[in-house]
Design a protein around this ligand. Structure first.
Ligand code: BDP
Length: 323
């Protein structure tokens, strides 16, 4: 074999594989929840669809368990295109895209079924579009179900009065701090990853979340009372960095949108099963589920809905009208 031919035999496949590699776009996906959590499972399955349907032009890598940072940090990285996709709580989007706070308001949805009806319909799409149209440099594609949030505390909260002065962790959104304060507690913002030790060391007296988060993030170990206030029902947007989105072909954009929507519905099935099993596990671990009269909690937060809802009166009426 002469030198020229050898070069051809060696260099050609090399050049080919380098160019295929260069074309493939890697999607790093961030989620704060651990492997096996409903959102993570649905996202991984979405990833498989993306790889398969794009014939390998898109690759997918899941970073679960918050390894890429807090949701706030993840959003910042997605904004600059360092992370390509993520699922975050709508709670932390509120301070940057105020329009989404309509969904973040206490007791804005009657129940989980009402919330699902809305995120599946035109209002849900409108709120996703608000994120996409904002200066956030993100494309919001679909919604994940984050269940209903209730209070969990070290000492039982059976009525509004019991909450008086308790330090309750909330997500970094001023509206949530005001909500807890309006209920008589003392709202304190911190990242998800800090809650466990804050409960353990007594920096906080409680937090608020859905049963799967309370279980999977081990918060129940230091908070044994779960008061069913149902004050927040927060859907969770699945977003892509606009920087990444703009690199996709129109066909790939359609593929990503479709796969994200499919994940929305798959996650919902997984969520219902996980919620039920989480409740059972929490009870078995000695957590007392307390049924409270929600009315005083609802009434105490009327001013929050008034203050934050005023600019969106029409939207609020439309939300209420959805049966
Ligand atoms: C969970 C959400 C997650 C939030 C977390 C929190 O799924 O996105 O980070 O609550 O409150 O329910 O920090």
């Amino acid at each position: 074999m002469n030198f020229k031919r050898t070069m051809l035999v060696v260099a050609l496949p090399l050049a080919f594989s380098v160019s295929t590699l260069a074309q493939a776009l890697e999607i790093k996906f961030a989620d704060i929840h651990p492997a096996g959590y409903p959102t993570v499972v649905a996202e991984e399955n979405m990833g498989k669809t993306l790889v398969k349907e794009s014939n390998g032009q898109l690759t997918f890598k899941m970073f679960a368990g918050g390894v890429l940072g807090s949701e706030k940090e993840v959003i910042e990285q997605a904004q600059v295109g360092a992370i390509q996709m993520a699922r975050v709580s709508l709670g932390i989007v509120g301070p940057v895209v105020p329009d989404v706070n309509v969904f973040n308001m206490p007791f804005v949805f009657r129940d989980q079924a009402h919330m699902r009806k809305i995120i599946d319909g035109e209002i849900g799409q409108e709120i996703l579009d608000k994120i996409t149209q904002s200066e956030f440099n993100l494309v919001a594609l679909a919604w994940m179900d984050g269940g209903t949030r209730n209070l969990y505390t070290k000492k039982p909260v059976r009525s509004l009065a019991d909450l008086k002065g308790m330090k309750i962790r909330v997500q970094g959104n001023p509206m949530f701090i005001e909500t807890i304060n309006a209920m008589g507690g003392n709202g304190i913002a911190m990242d998800t990853g800090e809650i466990f030790s804050a409960l353990q060391t007594g920096v906080i007296d409680g937090a608020e979340n859905n049963p799967p988060t309370m279980l999977e993030h081990n918060h129940y170990q230091n908070a044994k009372f779960y008061s069913l206030t149902g004050h927040l029902i927060l859907p969770e947007p699945l977003v892509m960095s606009k920087t990444t989105w703009n690199k996709l072909t129109p066909e790939q954009q359609t593929l990503v949108t479709k796969a994200a929507k499919a994940a929305q519905f798959e996650e919902r099935q997984l969520w219902d099963a996980k919620s039920a099993s989480s409740e059972a596990k929490l009870k078995a671990a000695g957590v007392e589920f307390i049924v409270v009269d929600k009315k005083p909690f609802y009434d105490a937060t009327a001013d929050i809905r008034q203050k934050y809802g005023a600019p969106y009166a029409e939207l609020m009426t439309r939300i209420e009208a959805v049966e």
